[in-house]
Design a protein around this ligand. Structure first.
Ligand code: SAM
Length: 245
């Protein structure tokens, strides 16, 4: 759960993002647990529960910015190992860790790991039943482009689901959350990953990301229908859903 601003950015932003994920790939999963207090697991479970993928063999999904494979593993497991998934990430180091984990979990037959950019997916049109992206869209310099690509690769009737940090909506919780994110996270980054700066960027990027309603509007503008969202842990994170109809 690291990243940078979501304000439209250019290649320099992507280069910085790439450098961070290259540096942290081996420690990524452990840091994710530490920084979210393990909550990212429950949030990913909630995302897959909302997707509720059918247990059929032809079910095809793509998990973009899929990193070390967490969401893809969960989707395949939820279909009793029937779905076929493509994990796309711009960073070969993250994908390398993911591919190894997939083999260890005996999910190698169900998953393909593919290097690619969310803004220009190396994938055919109208191909997938679902497009998922977890803690990824915030890192993409041009979110509009990524949403256009999501719409392109989905089949008509396909589902878009995005899990991302969002705006805390519970009074009181926002103060605790501020203390955690501005003080604890950079400190954990400094001690465990020896990289305070990357974690300061993480916190900044979360603050700059649009809130639930604004992000829903952006998804609608991109052409998705029946756009809706659910808050997780009082809005610390949210899942946005949309359909290509
Ligand atoms: N989805 C995984 C999870 O929830 O554990 C990984 C999330 S990690 C915070 C963000 C991922 O986004 C990194 O693996 C990074 O390489 C990837 N990423 C950043 N920019 C990207 C882009 N333009 N296209 C595809 N992936 C990108």
């Amino acid at each position: 759960a690291y990243g940078f601003s979501t304000v439209e950015g250019g290649p320099e932003k992507q280069e910085r993002v790439n450098a961070v994920f290259h540096r942290v790939a081996e420690r990524y999963d452990v840091m994710n647990d530490l920084m979210s207090g393990g909550m990212h697991r429950a949030w990913k479970a909630a995302m897959v529960a909302w997707l509720s993928p059918p247990h059929r063999f032809e079910y095809r999904f793509v998990d973009v910015a899929g990193g070390t494979g967490d969401v893809a593993f969960r989707i395949v497991e939820a279909t009793r190992q029937r779905a076929q998934g493509t994990v796309v990430d711009i960073n070969a180091s993250m994908l390398g860790v993911g591919a190894e984990r997939a083999i260890k979990r005996k999910l190698g037959e169900n998953l393909t790991f593919l290097e690619g950019n969310a803004e220009a997916l190396p994938l055919p049109d109208n191909h997938f039943d679902a497009y998922t992206i977890a803690f990824g869209i915030r890192n993409v310099p041009r979110i509009g482009k990524a949403l256009e690509e999501a719409l392109r690769v989905l089949k008509p009737g396909g589902r878009f689901l995005c899990l991302e940090f969002s705006e805390v909506e519970i009074p009181g919780l926002d103060k605790v959350y501020d203390a955690w994110s501005f003080r604890a996270i950079p400190r954990i980054g400094e001690i465990v990953a020896k990289d305070r700066e990357s974690y300061e960027y993480l916190v900044e990027s979360i603050r700059r990301f649009p809130n639930q309603a604004n992000f829903a509007a952006t998804i609608r503008q991109a052409g998705f229908e029946r756009v809706d969202y659910r808050n997780l842990s009082g809005g610390i994170a949210a899942i946005h859903s949309g359909w290509k109809l």
